[in-house]
Design a protein around this ligand. Structure first.
Ligand code: SF4
Length: 342
């Protein structure tokens, strides 16, 4: 699949003072197919067209905002890490169930930060504060950073930075496959590369504009061969007719393709399908014909980290899904570890 090419790029004024901002400005300014504008703040983005929510969403997903991340604290990031590492926001994918429907609303334009060295300096402060504990940072809490790596190089910078941190660890997750620029850099085993995977049924039906499963697994093999610690997020686990057989096939695929290449135990994070009322409303506007399972009466409620109430599968279903995944991991990849199930 081709790498992301924006239709319009909005530069926060100050971003051009940084080498990466200047480089991108020169690159896009010369491209007659791209609309380039200077804006005052990366938080006040106006003028993304769209006559209806579907069109507005598509236009936003082709809009790139280049900004400077101001100081301020990093958000915490349970359960996968201690802190978020803010590298970018949103991604070119159009997954119907995307968790960003809650936080980014109907126009989830893409945003990248050009001041990576300042961001990493802040990460170093957090690492020092928690010594002698190890501090873990998540690079994909609000985006898929690999989908934007060809523009920013921010993952490469972060991976190299964490390679030199005895008490800092980095992890991120992606559905994308442009891993080549990251294979021959020094990572020191301090970055865990995770791929978000699912059954071909879920990918085809809900994950528009993202690479196919086989391509993700091929990228995962390359990453494992480059010696990175490797993991998988399986999510959202969706219960549909035939789901158990499909997830079993997924594990058979992992067993045959990855068990021998991975140099250390694989990790799994299993995330069952959930939604918030806000996400549901946005999803119904953007994908009016979707058939995601969102019948509130079939769900249990849970209060989330940022004050949003989540609709989860019922307790019995969660228990059943959990048991099935524990069984799959034990049977097909017994040396690997489930980090969490939610
Ligand atoms: S790839 Fe991830 S961040 Fe991008 S739309 Fe899909 S779920 Fe959302």
């Amino acid at each position: 699949m081709e790498v992301f090419k924006p239709k319009r790029v909005l530069f926060e004024q100050k971003s051009i003072d940084y080498p990466l901002g200047e480089k991108l400005y020169e690159k896009f300014r010369r491209n007659p197919d791209v609309i380039v504008k200077i804006i005052g703040s990366h938080n006040r983005v106006m003028g993304i067209p769209g006559k209806n929510p579907q069109e507005g969403f598509r236009e936003a997903k082709q809009t790139l905002v280049v900004g400077v991340r101001k100081g301020g604290e990093f958000q915490t990031c349970k359960p996968s890490a201690h802190y978020q590492l803010p590298l970018s926001t949103s991604c070119p994918g159009m997954c119907e169930y995307c968790y960003l429907h809650t936080t980014l609303g109907k126009k989830p334009y893409l945003r990248i930060y050009v001041n990576i060295h300042e961001i990493l300096a802040k990460a170093r402060e957090y690492i020092n504060e928690r010594l002698p504990e190890i501090t873990v940072f998540e690079g994909a809490a609000t985006s898929d950073p690999l989908a934007l790596e060809h523009l920013t190089g921010n993952l490469e910078e972060s991976i190299k930075f964490f390679a030199s941190q005895s008490h800092g660890r980095f992890r991120f997750v992606t559905k994308y496959t442009n891993v080549d620029s990251l294979l021959n850099i020094t990572h020191g085993g301090n970055t865990r590369f995770r791929f978000s995977i699912n059954t071909p049924f879920v990918i085809t039906k809900y994950e528009h504009n993202t690479p196919a499963l086989d391509d993700r697994l091929e990228a995962a093999r390359k990453v494992a061969a480059a010696g990175y610690p490797l993991g998988f997020i399986i999510g959202p686990v969706i219960v549909y007719e035939g789901w158990e057989v499909d997830y079993k096939t997924l594990f058979l695929n992992l067993q045959s393709g990855l068990a021998r290449v991975a140099k250390e135990p694989l990790t799994f994070e299993i995330i069952t399908h959930r939604y918030t009322a806000r996400a549901k409303k946005n999803i119904m506007d953007i994908f009016p014909k979707n058939n995601l399972p969102m019948d509130d009466s079939q769900r249990q409620l849970k209060y989330g980290q940022f004050g949003y109430t989540k609709y989860l599968y019922s307790k019995e279903e969660m228990k059943n899904i959990n048991q099935i995944f524990e069984g799959l991991v034990e049977k097909y990849l017994p040396n690997s570890k489930i980090e969490y199930f939610v």
